[in-house]
Design a protein around this ligand. Structure first.
Ligand code: SAM
Length: 213
């Protein structure tokens, strides 16, 4: 089977590993290169580990669909994966190659059901009322936005369920910085005096996974 995904190395991004002419998402949409995942192979394995067999999964921040494809492959066959991204960064909104690349990547796997919510996570939260087993926060990385996602979405996570934060940890040779939003939010909520009812269960590269007790 052709490779469907290009993950990042600790010190290079997938974008820097392809010819600059192929970096645009239109080439992933057309199938001329694999979709980019904006996370490492170790993070991908950790995401799949915690998504395995889960039934109600939510990802905030989809981009070309790299992590979403991994979650879909790992989730329960009778589960649902909600993918939230406004895809607002495209310069040509009528074409929106990023969105089309994401659909191509995620739809290359037939497992479970996928529901696309093409909106900002703060807007999606206003009409959300389902329980969640697995939540991946990888949307707006501003500190206030990460905290807003945590406050809006974590109350829906069931006991035993998990929340994964990306770009949330400093690690050797890594790209994150102490003043990054996810790093600061995770530091404040879970290190020292952890938020009551939650504990860190895995830290891999920039990924931090917390579980509701
Ligand atoms: C870092 S990328 C996601 C990478 C993807 N999870 C992966 O690992 O390949 C961030 C994405 O978040 C989306 N985004 C930005 N602000 C958002 C918001 N408020 N709600 C939902 N998605 C948002 C952007 O459109 C972008 O596609």
């Amino acid at each position: 089977m052709a490779r469907r995904l290009m993950l990042r190395e600790v010190d290079t991004t997938p974008k820097s590993s392809v010819h600059p002419l192929l970096a645009h998402p239109v080439f992933a949409w057309l199938g001329l290169r694999p979709a980019f995942g904006q996370h490492t192979a170790a993070e991908h394995a950790a995401l799949k580990r915690w998504a395995a067999g889960k039934s109600r999964l939510v990802e905030i921040g989809v981009a070309e669909g790299g992590s979403a494809l991994g979650l879909r492959e790992a989730m329960s066959a009778d589960g649902t994966l909600w993918l939230i991204d406004p895809f607002h960064l495209s310069r040509r909104r009528s074409v929106n190659a990023m969105k089309r690349a994401a659909h191509r990547a995620v739809e290359s796997c037939p497992n479970g059901q996928v529901v696309w919510l093409e909106e900002f996570s703060s807007d999606a939260a206003t009409h959300w009322n389902d329980e969640i087993d697995f939540l991946f926060l990888d949307g707006d990385h501003a500190e206030a936005a990460v905290e807003g996602d945590w406050n809006a979405w974590s109350p829906f996570v069931v006991p035993g369920g998990v929340v994964a934060f990306h770009d949330a940890r400093i690690f050797p040779r890594g790209w994150t910085q102490p003043d990054w939003g996810p790093v600061r939010v995770v530091e404040r909520l879970f290190r020292g005096q952890p938020a009551s009812g939650w504990q860190i269960v895995q830290e891999t590269d920039s990924l931090v996974v917390v579980q509701r007790s």
